[in-house]
Design a protein around this ligand. Sequence first.
Ligand code: PEP
Ligand code: MG
Length: 581
Amino acid sequence: MLELQGIPVSPGVAIASALVLDPDGYRIPRCIVPASDVEGEFARLQDAVDEVAQKLEQSRLETTATAGSKTGDIFAAQLQMLHDPRLHSELQKRIREDHQSAAFAVSSVLHNYATALQRLENPFLADRAQDVLDIERQLLMQLGAVTRQPLMELNESVIVLSRMLTPTETAGLNREFVKGFCTEVGGPGGHTAIVAKGLEIPAVVGIGEFLPVIAGADCVIVDGDRGRLIIDPTDEVLDSYRQRAEYRRTLALRLAEQSQLPAETTDNVRISLNANIEFPHETGSCLQRGADGIGLYRTEFLYLSSEEEPTEEDHYEAYAEVISQMGGRPVVIRTLDLGADKMGHGKRAQAENNPFLGLRSIRLSLRNLDLFRPQLRAVLRAAALGDVRVMFPLVTTIGELRQARMLLNVVAEDLKESGVPYRSDLPVGMMVEVPAAVITLERFAAEVDFFSIGTNDLAQYTLAVDRSNESVADLYQSSDPAVLRLIQASIDVAELTQTPLSVCGEMSSNPARALLLLGMGVRNLSVPPSALPRVKKAIRSVSIKQCEEIAERICKLESARDVDLYLMDRLADLAPELVMQ
Ligand code: PEP
Ligand code: MG
């Protein structure tokens, strides 16, 4: 038995035989084509670029749907690289002027790019180098210069062991047979890691060189919880991992049995447990997992998943589908939260030095009324079909809220005049995700019907930590005492002004943190569909009094680490099933 330690990037345990990918990868021989073939060679390259662009777009759509936007954006970034004009002119020069074959030109130019990035010894840029190599491999496959990976032809369960896996390879893993993977290189913030997590494939990266010692391993274990790769385990170790894997499987089944029970504490306090969605088709898994409604519908994905800007009808159809699928349950539609890390490649994309502090979200909508109006018209019309509420993101000043509400009224007047059916008393809420809004929240209370705390952005703006920058990922903690104080202040204002409040940031999808939120006074949570079973189980395992005791104790703690350690301890007492053995 050999046990190797790496970086855990995607939780879970997998046991299967090893599939070792060729560590040498591929090499394209230098090839010069006759002058008469140069134009044909260039046309082949252009066809390959078009094909790869289509595949990347497809991967982006599929990955966004299955693993969320952040993961899907990886492919948007690769698309951007693929269309880089400097890359194109370099390839054109090599083929047209130097008469290199398309495959050789692609291989050498992209390899040079990747090597230059790796030499900078910056972990972030090293991850981007993997994206460049990913594009290279895809172009070469398209040009017929390298054959497909054996990964495509699987017919038994395997654990993939490789020097590295690109994000595209990871997204394309056949999930029926690939049970986990381990790589020699890679870091926790790499896109490969993000894709693995999104797809829920146990994975460990950054193990260091191990492929030479692995040949012929019949059985390997990936422990994605602790970052271990175990080769040829002893019977004892194998047994204990089999038990853990079985435990996880039965837990998921047990939780599924409870999916239609109410999210109610042991002292009979009913919590509204809703789901966050990005696409209408997700309503199926929300209902299957017993969501009370949709607490956050991130409508900007309508833009991000299409090359064309959606029309009012596109908006309306998407909303109508969600509302009808949810069968009378509440649906909170959030207006466009475009900008920062959620910017498509359309005409509105604009480079900014500090995009998270720039023209994003409600600011962008208010400056682009041709973008905002069709959405508001569609929301008002769709609201006539069910229990719909609208919510504005990133509201920072009362002026923004008033402007947005005024526009909503103007749009409603237009609909009225043209005799189009719409809902005139549509409830209007705002997201609380900027400290400025928290500090002045009682002013907003008089002008909205509900609040929803976005802990993802609230943590980012409170702690001055870019939420998408892996170099400062350790500082990005929604359980930081400063963030908790702002959450508590918001809850207090909501109670005082009797304004309904929910929490829809990722914080509420962590069962232990969800209990803390209940103790702080929250009675409405919205979480990603995959988190519904575990959060419901946590809610059904505790009394409000127990949660209040947790919140009281947490007030005295000084760091996010202390808060999380204490919360894990309490969860282990109150809902031991949810804490992995
Ligand atoms: C948040 O900021 O917590 C939130 C829910 O919005 P998003 O993650 O879409 O910015
Ligand atoms: Mg937000």
